[in-house]
Write a protein that binds this ligand. Structure first.
Ligand SMILES: [Zn+2]
Length: 465
């Protein structure tokens, strides 16, 4: 590999990360070029040292070697923290005061995928930052130097830090599912030091994901966890996505506790120590979450979907807590503000233990509404933003109440409906939430009518949580 000009496959430099099919759209040469171009950005900002980690995919070690070579050829010192979840890499970068961090991970995608998530200093590296790597590589406009790499093992320190914030007087029985993802080893070590009884599923790292797909926000991936919680009489169950930055949870009745519901429960805890704090959630979240934050004396803030966008907004507003429906949840009250699903599990166990009643009861105390899951439908890349603009124009002409922070979120007396364009795929995403079944049908009819007027067949969608 060399410092020659390099062109990435047009699909791999994405909004929030780099991702591709290994050996097809993403190769070792690409990883070297990312190392050179990202390393160049770090060097030009005066940085000298970065951390690199990788997930449990079969392709990850080889890609890591190529990435590290690119970084050291820029003159950087690379601290290699090895195999583990993405948040362990974020933790390493923060605790070691690194100038940047790069994580080789395909997150929850199929085994033949891989990719890279990046942070620069303390901030997320996304959008134009990532596109800029392509510009640097195409010009081979690289920093040059003789760097070095050193392996460091932070696992024991990281596990101790995760466990430190556990506070719970009542021992719990908990089922945990790593889905053979990169959290598996840390999950084993963490549960060994937490009080209570812990039943572990798929707690060996296996990049072929032989049991189920490591994405705990898809209900079919929670079936094993639901079975074990029922069979063993657990208080609750938690699951993690392939690289450990998204959490899924179920109560003892096997019901999914969704991202916005978790956030409502966490808000009650966080606002005790941060009264009046700003709590941020994405536009897909339930209105009941924003209402609950306000009821608890916090400042609810609705923001665009996208974990990097939420992280940036948190930093800007000094928010102690933010989260997405997708299970990315960010604590900045006692934690660092990045999305760490193992840490979210520690905080969930803490609040359930302290509550003295089951997670199911806490969940049922939240206002009950009827909503659809995310409804996704294909639309051409050229049309996706145009459709949103057309819908918005028609709604404004009708005098509808429209929030246009990310797509259109429309309030009616029945509730609300959302239509937004995905930043990462050629799909539109819709959701609706109402106080009654009839109301939900009316909202879905409004949504379908708008889509028809823009030439799109209305999607079929069932009721969700
Ligand atoms: Zn992930």
């Amino acid at each position: 590999m060399s410092g020659a000009t390099h062109r990435f496959h047009p699909t791999v430099l994405r909004e929030y990360d780099i991702r591709g099919v290994v050996g097809e759209t993403l190769t070792e040469a690409d990883l070297y070029a990312v190392g050179r171009s990202f390393g160049t950005v770090v060097v030009r900002e005066g940085g000298r040292r970065v951390c690199v980690g990788y997930d449990g995919r079969l392709s990850s070690p080889v890609l890591e070697t190529a990435l590290v070579a690119g970084l050291t050829d820029c003159g950087l010192v690379v601290e290699r923290i090895g195999l583990g979840p993405t948040p362990m890499l974020y933790y390493a970068a923060r605790e070691r005061g690194a100038d940047g961090g790069l994580m080789i991970t395909g997150s929850h995608n199929p085994p033949n995928y891989n990719g890279i998530k990046m942070v620069l200093g303390k901030r997320p590296f996304y959008g134009q930052d990532i596109q800029n790597l392509g510009v640097i590589a195409a010009a081979a406009d690289y920093a040059e130097g003789q760097g070095a790499s050193v392996a460091i093992d932070l696992k024991a320190e990281y596990v101790a830090r995760l466990a430190k914030d556990y506070v719970g007087p009542r021992p719990l029985k908990v089922a945990w599912d790593a889905g053979n993802g990169a959290t598996a080893e840390i999950m084993r070590r963490l549960t060994a030091v937490l009080p209570g009884e812990h039943i572990l599923l798929f707690d060996t790292i296996d990049g072929t994901f032989p049991n189920h797909h490591p994405d705990p926000t898809v209900p079919e991936n929670l079936v094993d966890l639901q079975r074990v919680v029922a069979e063993q009489g657990c208080d609750l169950g938690v699951g993690f996505d392939g690289d450990g930055d998204r959490i899924g949870a179920i109560d003892h009745l096997g019901r999914i506790v969704w991202g916005d519901q978790l956030l409502a429960l966490y808000s009650a805890e966080v606002l005790k120590t941060h009264p009046g704090g700003t709590i941020i959630a994405d536009v897909k979240a339930s209105q009941t979450l924003f209402d609950e934050v306000a009821r608890l004396g916090g400042k609810p803030l609705m923001w665009k979907t996208g974990h990097s966008l939420l992280k940036a907004k948190m930093a800007e507003t000094g928010s102690p807590l933010a989260g997405e429906m997708s299970g990315h949840i960010f604590f900045a009250d006692k934690w660092y503000g990045f999305d760490d699903a193992l840490y979210c599990a520690v905080r969930l166990l803490s609040l359930v233990s302290q509550a003295g009643e089951p997670l199911a009861a806490l969940r049922d105390r939240l206002p009950q509404v009827i909503n659809t899951p995310e409804i996704r439908f294909q639309v051409s890349e050229e049309r996706k933003f145009a459709v949103i603009a057309e819908v918005k124009a028609r709604l404004l002409a009708e005098g509808a109440k429209v929030n246009d922070i990310d797509g259109v979120r429309v309030n009616t007396p029945d509730g609300w409906w959302l239509l937004r364009a995905s930043n990462t795929q050629d799909v539109l995403v819709a959701r609706a939430e109402a106080f009654s079944d009839d109301g939900l049908e009316r909202l879905k009819a409004l949504l379908a009518g708008q889509l028809r007027q823009s030439g799109i067949d209305a999607p079929a969608g069932g009721s969700g949580h």
